[in-house]
Design a protein. Structure first.
Length: 172
């Protein structure tokens, strides 16, 4: 299990990628919720019976941003490990993920500039970002991996395989 989330070597099939991605999202949400709740409760106790609701809301918003950033950084490694191994199964280098990150960053910067000029243009940029991410995830989730050995190793077997038999076993 640790190898799935922390190693960049080898290959994983579509089902392992999907389940691993869901696990990272759930773990991030739980960790973020618990840490955010504890921070919020401790800050609310410090404020006590104060009537300065605006200050309490500002503290909560800043805490949420900090917790979100930390949880996001912590989940980055497992996410990258999953994507790189899925790319390996597709016969591509793990460095391919860098192109997707750069493309999304470029479109995000353009969308931010466009939003400053015109909210409608910013909305178009947002739609482009969502479209790129959707296309990327469709590729990773639905394209079959290379059959047989490739430069990244043997294809995954059993429930983690990249062949259709994997789905026959799980969804029968």
């Amino acid at each position: 299990m640790m190898k799935l989330f922390f190693s960049f070597k080898g290959r994983i099939g579509r089902l392992s990628f999907f389940i691993g991605s869901i696990a990272v999202v759930i773990a991030s949400a739980v960790i973020g919720g618990v840490v955010g709740g504890v921070m919020g409760a401790s800050r609310a106790a410090e404020f006590g019976s104060t009537t300065d609701i605006a200050a309490l809301q500002a503290e909560a918003a800043m805490g949420a941003v900090i917790v979100g950033a930390v949880v996001g950084l912590l989940s980055l490694w497992p996410c990258l490990a999953l994507v790189v191994k899925r790319l390996h199964d597709l016969g591509r280098s793990g460095w391919t993920v860098l192109w997707m990150i750069l493309a999304n960053t470029a479109v995000t910067i353009v969308a931010a500039i466009a939003t400053a000029l015109s909210p409608a243009a910013g909305m178009v940029g947002g739609v482009l970002i969502i479209g790129m991410l959707l296309a990327w995830n469709v590729y990773l989730l639905f394209f079959k991996g290379t059959s047989g050995r490739n430069e990244y190793g043997m294809p995954p077997s059993g429930f983690t395989g990249s062949d259709a038999g994997e789905y026959d076993q799980v969804f029968a």
